[in-house]
Every structure is written in C-alpha cells, then in structure tokens.
Ligand binder design. Structure first.
Ligand code: ADP
Ligand code: MG
Length: 393
C-alpha cells in the first residue's frame, strides 16, 4: 500500500496501521447547521488515508503526500490554538483537541494522502481531521465513538485552525454508511442512515465542482449567521430550528421592521433577516420531505426538492453565484431530475440528480455551457454514497 511504503521511507520504520476517512457532499439542508437544524450529507468514495504510529516522547510529526513541504515536526505540549498555519493545523488541531479533552495522546508519526478535491466544498479538511482522530482513537485505545470524534475534530477546526464551521462535515466523514445518506439533527446529533441506493434505481448524483471560489464568500457566512441569530432573537426562540414549517408565514409576519428595529445596529436589516429565516425554516422542511421520499423509495421525486432548495439559496439566502446557477439551469434544461448548489456557495460544487443513462449527456451540456460562457472547465464526477471513517489495515 502506497501510504505504508511512503511512511516507511519517511520515518524509517513501519506504521502501526492505516485509516481512511471520506470527503462528503451535502444532499440537502444548507446553512441549517448553525441554526440547530437538519442536514443530509453522504460520504464520497474519495478519502484521506493516513498511515500512523504512536510516539511516547511528545513529538508529533506530520507529512502529506499532496503538499510540497517536508515533515512538519511539533511538540504536543506546545500546541496552542491559532498558533499554526498551513495544512498541518488540521491534524495538529486534532491532537490538541484530544489532549485538551484529557486524552493521553503522547505523540505520533503520521503520513497521509488524500483523493478528496481540496477547496471544492467537499470537506477535504474534515477528512484530514477525522482520519487523524480515528487513528489516534484506535492506537491510544481512547474508546471514543464516531460522534465524539467528530465533535473533537470540529473543535480542532473551529478553535485551533480558526475556521468557523458547523458539525456536518466531521459527522458525515465519521458516521456515514455505504448506500445511505446521513440524516443528522445538529441540535443533539441524533441521526439516522436513510437508504439512498442510487445504482439500484438507475440514478446518479453528479458532483459538479465549478473550480471557482469567490472572495465574496468570506464575510457572507458571518453575515448570514448574524442575520439568523437576530431573526431567532426577534422571534423569541433560541434558534430558528424551533420554528416549525407550518408557522413560517406567521413568523415572517411577526418579523416586522418594528420588531427588528429593537435589535442592535448596524446589523442585517429586516428584509434580509426575513429572507434568511424563510430559507432556514424551508430548508429544514426540505430535509424532512427528502427523508420521506427516500423512505418511500421515490428517489426521483427528490430532484425537484433539490431545485427548490437551490432557488432558496439563490434568492433568499443569496449565496449562489453565476457558475452555480449555470450548472443548475443547464442541468435541468438538459433533463436532470433536479440540481442545487451544495456547501457554502459563492463557488465550490453543485449536485445534480440524473437518470444513469442521461448522466453523460447532462455532464457534457454543463461543460459546453461553461466553455461557452468562458468559465474554467468544471470537474464532474458521480457521488456514490460511501462508507465513513474506518481502519483499512
Ligand atoms: P474543503 O474542506 O472544502 O476542501 P477547506 O479550505 O476547508 O476546503 O480545506 C482545504 C485545506 O485542507 C487545504 O488548503 C489544506 O490546508 C488542507 N488539506 C486538504 N487535503 C489535504 C492534503 N491531502 N494534504 C494536505 N493538506 C490538505
Ligand atoms: Mg473544510
């Protein structure tokens, strides 16, 4: 195995084992996880793979086959939040989070490589964190469950790497199972594996990586977050999750300028907050509708729900971009069952649900449309619902 050989070459001895953790794509439920809401990711066949051995001397060495940089050597008791930069913050952050939580991680040698596309909204960072967490959990006999590892991995990303992200990515990488989408209630991490056997239904879910990332996205997440929090305060609930879909019209009615104006300024304004609330409450409902359809085996009917979700992200949350809108419009015009942007938006990836025998044609039309518009050629591949983090040897 390539990572085993590379580990041996790098560190001069054999690793104790090899672990893998996947990237993910979110089927439905976007910008809901910081509102205690619902998400529904599936794991990709693309994984981060790590060969790892314990050390007892407080030294942490990490190396990536995919980065043109040598071994990064750190002292575990000197790891501090926001002190590092570069890719090593992800595995190092996990070691820090485990130690912070009182787990006796005394050092390690790690060599890893990944097939998860980076920066495409497919959670290559969570794959790195989760593969590291699972390897250390096994080697140091910590006995933590997938959800506990996911929470620690999220803490590594939030507090150590300084990236504000919800819990979806790490939970998906840690807890997904083959042939299923993971329904996750982010309020308490209760979850259910929902059958999503695309091949059995002659369907494909295409991931279209637009290869763009617009700078606009940087402040947008914080802005949406602040707006949702202001909306929850104005409605007298802890989070927008508490608003049932049936009460959405009433909630929107109550979000009058008068109510919002009691909120601190400057912040998101009333019209904006109403749009954000409408997106979050309706997207939670779209997750529930998707679960019902999948449970009923009506996978094709999920298509229009995806397209509806895209319209909500585009028009209400306003986190889409021309490239993502082009994917969705072109795919649907070419006969896809439905499509939407996935992840944080402003670039990154879209998902397209298609009949298996139409997949090549739809993919070609999307590529042609990108070429005609002068955009960078997108990367398109099928998302086969795959297993979560596991030991491979
Ligand atoms: P995403 O998680 O959506 O792919 P992020 O910006 O959150 O995007 O994470 C990407 C970062 O994760 C990269 O810039 C790099 O620091 C790190 N990373 C991902 N894969 C690898 C890898 N194979 N080797 C080293 N670092 C990686
Ligand atoms: Mg990430």
């Amino acid at each position: 195995m390539a990572v085993t050989d590379a580990f041996r070459e790098l560190y001069g001895y054999a690793p104790e084992g090899v672990w893998a953790a996947p990237g993910r794509v979110n089927l439905i439920g976007e910008y809901t996880d910081f509102n205690d809401g619902f998400v529904m990711p599936l794991a990709l066949p693309h994984t981060a793979v790590a060969a790892v051995a314990r050390r007892a001397d407080g030294v942490l060495r990490v190396h990536s086959a995919d980065v043109d940089q040598g071994v990064v050597e750190l002292a575990v008791d000197e790891l501090a939040p926001r002190s590092g930069s570069g890719w090593a913050v992800y595995p190092a952050g996990v070691v820090w989070a485990l130690r912070e939580a009182g787990h006796p991680v005394t050092g390690a040698d790690i060599h890893l490589g990944s097939t998860v596309p980076t920066g495409a909204g497919l959670s290559s960072s969570a794959a790195l964190e989760v593969v590291t967490a699972l390897a250390l959990n096994d080697l140091f006999g910590l006995g933590l469950g997938g959800d506990e590892l996911a929470v620690l991995a999220q803490r590594a990303e939030n507090a150590f790497a300084g990236v504000p992200c919800g819990i979806m990515d790490q939970m998906a990488s840690a807890c997904c199972t083959e042939g299923h989408a993971l329904f996750l209630d982010t309020r308490d991490l209760t979850r259910r594996q929902v059958p999503f056997d695309l091949p059995a239904h002659d369907l494909q879910l295409l991931v279209v990586d637009t290869r763009v990332k617009h700078a606009l996205g940087d402040g947008a997440y914080a802005q949406r977050r602040a707006g949702c929090e202001a909306g929850a305060r104005a409605l007298g609930v802890r989070t927008l999750r508490e608003i049932p879909y049936a009460q959405l019209p009433d909630a929107l009615g109550r979000l009058s300028d008068a109510v919002i104006s009691r909120e601190e300024h400057p912040g998101p304004q009333a019209e904006e907050i109403r749009r954000y609330v409408r997106h979050v409450v309706s997207d939670n409902h779209r997750v529930e509708r998707t679960i019902a359809l999948l449970d009923a085996g009506d996978l094709r009917a999920v298509g229009p729900v995806l397209t509806e979700g895209h319209a909500s992200l585009r028009d209400d949350l306003r986190v889409s971009c021309t490239e993502l809108d082009l994917v969705v419009a072109t795919a649907n015009a070419a006969g896809a069952l439905g499509a939407r942007m996935t992840g944080g938006g402003f670039g990154g990836s879209a998902v397209v649900l298609v009949e298996q025998d139409a997949a090549d044609r739809v993919a070609k039309e999307v590529k042609d449309a990108f070429a005609a518009a002068g955009h960078t050629a997108p990367r398109i591949f099928p998302a086969v619902p795959s297993g979560g983090a596991r030991r491979v040897r």
